[in-house]
Design a protein. Structure first.
Length: 386
């Protein structure tokens, strides 16, 4: 869907690559969308590098090259004109809705705090059941929007950013904070030492407002990609369920969801030391993955980007069983998908662009695999085509 040019000037390459209007232009160009995007690049030449990068991303994905019929092209042109005209009206309406929603949210948070907080303790069951991203500091629960960026300053001030909007700063005196990112949501955390953490859906991270003078430690349940700021005097440790990862400064991904039989650590740059509760340990080199079980750790060679591409909204697949892909999508979008043994064993290759709408992803799967997808009463069912 097209938005105003002002919106597009804030886009990065990944944002363009997931935008329906941009994909339509690359997939099936016509006079209307050619004019729109060419004019946009002329008016905003500084955006050309992002657009060129987005084109490279889409070229790396096996797109459907089927041409639209003349009648379909006419319909798309008509839709494009309507979308552009309609967007200005939507922005006005959306602003009014946000104001009303914010007022309701303030009341809801106030009620939650009174219900959940007693003697500085928060009810774990209610916190985990919440469908919104929660930042828990001191006696407060702050409800955050999707893809929120939480930035901790050295003075303990917390800045919350949503796109180009910055919410009122928070002051935290608590030593340990918690960020809960439920299924279907994602968030980003900027720590006071300069470390950056991308948190995937269904994850929880515990971290201090300020790190100690001799070490840096956080706890993680779920999946996160970390770019750890270098500090040789203060090692950085991520504690998971029955294992830990020690680094000085590097880039790596951890997948450690509760209930998963295997935990995984994938290294992009630098080196990390992985320790398990069974006293086993190993050191990884770039493009290696540690697979952690209850009693052992093993290392294997991988393409690291395949395991961190989720932070860019891309799922890289190399002979992945379909049931494994569907399990990932269930967690990513917070949906339930029912499949069959016949479809579960199908192998998936290529890249899936994880748009904001799961229907786009399911359409891509259906168009490239011998399956049909049925949706009824919020239930998704996948079966083999006849």
């Amino acid at each position: 869907m097209h938005t105003t040019e002002e919106d597009y000037t804030k886009y990065k390459a990944v944002d363009f690559s997931k935008n329906r209007g941009f994909i339509s232009w690359r997939l099936s160009p016509n006079s209307a969308n050619n004019k729109f995007w060419n004019d946009f690049q002329k008016d905003h030449p500084e955006m050309k590098p992002e657009i060129n990068r987005a084109i490279e991303i889409l070229q790396s994905v096996k797109l459907n090259n089927t041409k639209l019929s003349l009648e379909e092209e006419k319909m798309e042109v008509l839709k494009l004109k309507k979308r552009i005209a309609r967007e200005k009206r939507r922005l006005t309406i959306r602003y009014s809705i946000y104001v009303a929603a914010a007022a309701c949210l303030i009341c809801a948070v106030f009620m939650l705090q009174n219900l959940l907080i007693s003697d500085n303790r928060i009810d774990e069951t209610v916190a985990q059941a919440c469908k919104d991203i929660q930042l828990i500091t001191d006696d407060d629960i702050t409800i955050l929007p999707q893809n929120a960026i939480i930035e901790y300053k050295v003075d303990g001030t917390i800045l919350i950013k949503n796109g180009n909007k910055e919410l009122s700063p928070i002051k935290s005196a608590q030593k340990i904070n918690r960020l809960i990112v439920p299924k279907g949501k994602r968030s980003t955390l900027l720590m006071a030492d300069g470390t950056k953490v991308w948190i995937n859906s269904g994850s929880e991270i515990e971290f201090p407002t300020m790190f100690a003078n001799n070490n840096r430690q956080i706890n993680l349940s779920g999946e996160a990609y970390l770019e750890v700021a270098k500090d040789r005097t203060r090692p950085f440790t991520v504690n998971g369920d029955n294992f830990s990862v020690e680094v000085l400064g590097t880039k790596f991904n951890i997948s450690a969801y509760r209930g998963d039989v295997y935990k995984q650590v994938v290294l992009l740059e630098g080196s990390v030391k992985v320790n398990s509760g069974s006293k086993h340990s190993l050191t990884l080199s770039p493009n290696q993955m540690a697979t952690i079980t209850q009693n052992n750790i093993t290392a294997s060679e991988v393409d690291a980007y395949d395991y961190i591409s989720w932070k860019d909204g891309i799922l890289s697949l190399s002979s992945y069983p379909l049931n494994q892909v569907l399990h990932y999508l269930e967690r990513y979008y917070d949906v339930k998908i029912k499949s069959s043994p016949e479809t579960d064993i199908l192998k998936c290759n290529g890249k899936l662009i994880l748009t904001n709408n799961i229907d786009d992803v399911l359409d891509c799967i259906q168009s490239t695999m011998p399956v049909k997808i049925e949706k009824k009463n919020n239930q998704i069912k996948i079966c083999l085509t006849n």
